[in-house]
Design a protein around this ligand. Structure first.
Ligand code: GAL
Length: 684
C-alpha cells in the first residue's frame, strides 16, 4: 500500500511534493491505515547521466537529489519508491537503465530507495535478433531484479509490462513482487472495469510474494462517482491488489479519504492468507466474488457492472462457507451487521458494489442480530419515452432466520411524475425467507430533455426483532424523447445505446471505441452510435452540429459528425469520414483513403484545445470532404482540412449525422448536441 504521484502530478513531480505528501499521509491517517510507500514516478531525472554514467535527479525539482528525500520520508516512518525503465529511455524520455542495470541498482540502494517501479518503454529489440518480445522483456526485467538483489538492500520490485503477449504474470513471480496486468488506468469507470476484468481472470497467478497489479487507484481524481470509486477500492481489495493511491493527497475530500481509509476493506486486501478473490459468477455483468480470509471468514463482493440497478444474490455455501445454522454479514461500507440463514443478496446500484464479511455463526450468536433484508426496485422497462407509463415493482425480502413485523413500503417519484399504487403496501408479519412486493404504475412527464434520468425511490420500515428499522432503495429510470423523422438512429457499438431529441437538443448515450485507424497494438474500429439523416450526404452536401458536452475517454472517445454509405452497417463496413472533438479536447478527422473496411488515416489540429460548445461543419464535394470548426456558434469558422476518401466508401447517396463513442467498450456515456443541420434541414 502506498502513494504514487503519476495521476496527479505527471511530470511535475518534485521533492517538495513528495515530502509534503508524506507529511499529509501521516497527518490524515493514511499512514496509520497502512499506506507505507511514497513512490516517485517518471520524470524525476535530469535529461542526461553524469560523466560517470550515474543517474542524476532533476536539479530544479529535486535540488538536493533523492537521498535527502528518502531520509526525510524514512524519518516519518514511511518508505520511498522510485521509477526507472528497462529500455534506453523511460516512457517520458529520460535515461533508461538499459546497460546500466547494476550501476543504477547500486545508486538506488545508496540513496535509500525501498521500491523500484520498472517500465518497458524504448527497449532496443534490434539488439536481440530472433527473440520474442516476451523473451527479451523477461530477461531485461530479470537483469534489474538480480541487480537489485545484489545490492543487499530489501527493495520491492514492481514490473510494469502490460503489453499483450508479454504475460508478465507467467514469469514475474521469480523476478519481482508485483506485475502490471492491464493498460494504464484512466480516471473513468470504463477503464477501471477493463482493468478489473483483465486482472480478475488471473487470480491464480497471485499469492504472497507476488501480486497482480491492475494499476494505481484513481480515487479522488474527479472522473468517477463516489459509487464508482467505492467499487474500484472494493474490487482491488477483493483481488488482493496493491492499493496505491495516485491522487493529490493534500486535496482529498473527506469522502475520498474515507474510501481510502476504510479499515474493513483494507483488512480484506491485506489479509495474511494472501488469497485473491475469485468469481463465483458474472452472468450479465452481475458479479459475485468470494475471497477466503484468515480464520475462516469470506469476503463476498456483489458488483453490478451494468448501467441499471439490480439485485445480486448468492448463498453462503456458493461463496465457499461451510453449511451452518446461519451466518453473520458485516456490511463493509455501512458497518451494519445482520444474520442470514443462507442467502446473501443486495440491491446494488449501477456501477456499484455491496461488500460483506461473512462468518459462520452459532444459533445463539445469531439470535442477537437483525435479519438480513433487501429492498429493491425494478422497472418493466429501464427506459421510458416521455409521457408514457411503465410498472415498477418494489420488493422487500427477509433473508434472515426470523420474521419481520409491521412492514410498510413507500415509494416516491420526482415532481411531474404520476404514481399509482396497485395494491396494499403494508403487512403485519413477513416470515423468514419470504418476499413482499408492491407494484406501481408510473408515468413520466410529457415534456423532458432528450435523455433524462429520474430517481425513483422506495423505502421500507419494519420491526426486525425489537424497535423499528428502515431501509431505502433508488432506481435511476431513463427517459427519452424519440428522434423525429426524417432523422433516424444507428448503433454500431455491440451494446445498448439510447437516443433523444427535443427542441433542437440531441443526446446520444453509448459506449464504443470510436472511429479510428489502427493504433499501436489496437486494430482499427468503427464503433459508435449516431443520429443521422438517411441519404443526407449527396455529392454536394453539408452537415453541421454543435457539441455541447462529451465526457469521453480512451484514445478515440469522441462526439462529432460522421458520413457513411450506410450508417447502420456493422463495424468493418467502411466509414467515409468523421470530424469530431476528441477525448483530449482536440479537433480531429479520420477517414478512409484506401477503401478498406475501416478508416485508415487520421489528422489532428495541432496544439489547439477547445472546450464546449464547439460547432462542427462537414462539407462534401464528390469524394472530398472539408471539415471546419467554430467556437463562436458559427460566426467565424476555422478550416480543419480537406480530405479525399476512396470512391467505394463515398457512394452517391450517403447517410450523415451526429455520432458519439465513449472511447471504451465497457463504458456508456452521454454526449449532448444542439442544432443538427443537414443540407439546411434542422432536427427539431
Ligand atoms: C507508463 C506506465 C505508467 C507511468 C508512465 C510514466 O508506461 O504504465 O504507470 O509510469 O509510463 O511515463
Amino acid at each position: 500500500m502506498g502513494w504514487n504521484d503519476w495521476y496527479s502530478a505527471y511530470c511535475g513531480v518534485s521533492a517538495q511534493l513528495v515530502e509534503e505528501t508524506a507529511r499529509d499521509m501521516v497527518a490524515d491517517g493514511m499512514a496509520a491505515a497502512g499506506y507505507r510507500y511514497v513512490n516517485i514516478d517518471d520524470c524525476w531525472m535530469a535529461p542526461a547521466r553524469d560523466s560517470a554514467g550515474n543517474l542524476v535527479a532533476d536539479p530544479t525539482r529535486f535540488p538536493g537529489g533523492i537521498k535527502p528525500v528518502a531520509a526525510y520520508v524514512h524519518s516519518l516512518g514511511l518508505k520511498l519508491g522510485i521509477y526507472e525503465d528497462a529500455g534506453t529511455l523511460t516512457c517520458a524520455g529520460y535515461p533508461g537503465s538499459y546497460g546500466h542495470e547494476a550501476q543504477d541498482a547500486a545508486t538506488f540502494a545508496s540513496w535509500g530507495v525501498d521500491y523500484v517501479k520498472y517500465d518497458r518503454c524504448n527497449i532496443p529489440y534490434a539488439d536481440f535478433p530472433g527473440e520474442s518480445q516476451q523473451a527479451v522483456d523477461a530477461s531485461l526485467f530479470t537483469r534489474m531484479s538480480n541487480a537489485l538483489k545484489a545490492t543487499g538492500r530489501p527493495i520491492v520490485y514492481s514490473i510494469v509490462d502490460p503489453d499483450p503477449g508479454v504475460d508478465s504474470w507467467t514469469w514475474g513471480r521469480t523476478v519481482g513482487n508485483l506485475w502490471r496486468t492491464t493498460p494504464d488506468i484512466e480516471d473513468n469507470y470504463g477503464s477501471m472495469l477493463t482493468n478489473f476484468e483483465g486482472t480478475v481472470e488471473l487470480s491464480s497467478a497471485a499469492a504472497p510474494g507476488g501480486w497482480n497489479d491492475p494499476d494505481l487507484l484513481q480515487i479522488g481524481n474527479g472522473g468517477s462517482t463516489a459509487t464508482e470509486y467505492r467499487s474500484e477500492f472494493s474490487l482491488w481489495a477483493e483481488m488482493a491488489a496493491p492499493l496505491i493511491a495516485s491522487t493529490d493527497v493534500a486535496d482529498l475530500s473527506p469522502a475520498a479519504l474515507s474510501i481510502y481509509e476504510n479499515a474493513d476493506v483494507i483488512a480484506v486486501d491485506q489479509d495474511p492468507l494472501g488469497r485473491p478473490g475469485v468469481a463465483v459468477s458474472s452472468a450479465g455483468g452481475l458479479w459475485v466474488m468470494t475471497k477466503q480470509l484468515t480464520g475462516g471468514d469470506r469476503s463476498v463482493l456483489l458488483f453490478n457492472s451494468t448501467d441499471t440497478a439490480a439485485t445480486i444474490t448468492t448463498s453462503a455455501t456458493a461463496a465457499g462457507l461451510r453449511r451452518a445454522a446461519g451466518y453473520s454479514l458485516l456490511n463493509l461500507w455501512t458497518g451494519d451487521v445482520s444474520e442470514t440463514g443462507s442467502q446473501i443478496s443486495a440491491y446494488v446500484p449501477a456501477h456499484g458494489v455491496a461488500m460483506f464479511r461473512v462468518g459462520v455463526q452459532t444459533r445463539r450468536a445469531l439470535s442477537g442480530l437483525a435479519p438480513h433484508t433487501v429492498l429493491s426496485l425494478a422497472a418493466a422497462e429501464p427506459e421510458l419515452n416521455a409521457g408514457t407509463t411503465t410498472t415498477v415493482q418494489e420488493s422487500f425480502t427477509d433473508q434472515g432466520t426470523v420474521a419481520v413485523k409491521r412492514l410498510r413500503l413507500s415509494f416516491f417519484a420526482p415532481r411531474g411524475w404520476l404514481v399509482k399504487r396497485l395494491g396494499r403496501n403494508h403487512l403485519k408479519r413477513l416470515a423468514a425467507g419470504h418476499r413482499f412486493t408492491v407494484s406501481y404504475n408510473v408515468t413520466s412527464p410529457a415534456t423532458s430533455p432528450p435523455l433524462g434520468i429520474a430517481s425513483l425511490s422506495g423505502a421500507a420500515s419494519y420491526d426486525p426483532v425489537d424497535g423499528l428499522s428502515d431501509s431505502s432503495a433508488t432506481l435511476d429510470e431513463a427517459t427519452s424523447v424519440p428522434v423525429p423523422a426524417p432523422f433516424a438512429t444507428a448503433n454500431v457499438t455491440g451494446r445498448d445505446a439510447s437516443f433523444g431529441a427535443s427542441n433542437g437538443s440531441l443526446a446520444i448515450s453509448a459506449g464504443g471505441t470510436g472511429v479510428f485507424p489502427s493504433y499501436e497494438i489496437q486494430p482499427a474500429t468503427d464503433s459508435f452510435a449516431a443520429i443521422y439523416a438517411p441519404g443526407g450526404a449527396g455529392p454536394s452536401s453539408s452537415a453541421q452540429v454543435t457539441v455541447t458536452w462529451d465526457p469521453a475517454g480512451g484514445i478515440a472517445g469522441s462526439a462529432g459528425l460522421i458520413a457513411r454509405n450506410q450508417m447502420t452497417a456493422p463495424s468493418g463496413s467502411g466509414t467515409a469520414v468523421v470530424l469530431y472533438l476528441s477525448s483530449n479536447s482536440t479537433i480531429e478527422m479520420a477517414w478512409n483513403a484506401q477503401g478498406g473496411p475501416d478508416v485508415d488515416t487520421w489528422f489532428q489540429v495541432p496544439k489547439v484545445y477547445v472546450g464546449y460548445p464547439v460547432t462542427l461543419r462537414l462539407v462534401r464535394t464528390g469524394n472530398t470532404y472539408t471539415g471546419y470548426y467554430s467556437t463562436s456558434h458559427g460566426t467565424s469558422w476555422t478550416l480543419v482540412r480537406t480530405v479525399t476518401v476512396a470512391p467505394s466508401v463515398s457512394a452517391a447517396t450517403q447517410d450523415v449525422g451526429a455520432f458519439h463513442a465513449s472511447g471504451l467498450d465497457t463504458w456508456v456515456t452521454t454526449a449532448t448536441f444542439q442544432d443538427l443541420l443537414v443540407n439546411g434541414v434542422e432536427l427539431r
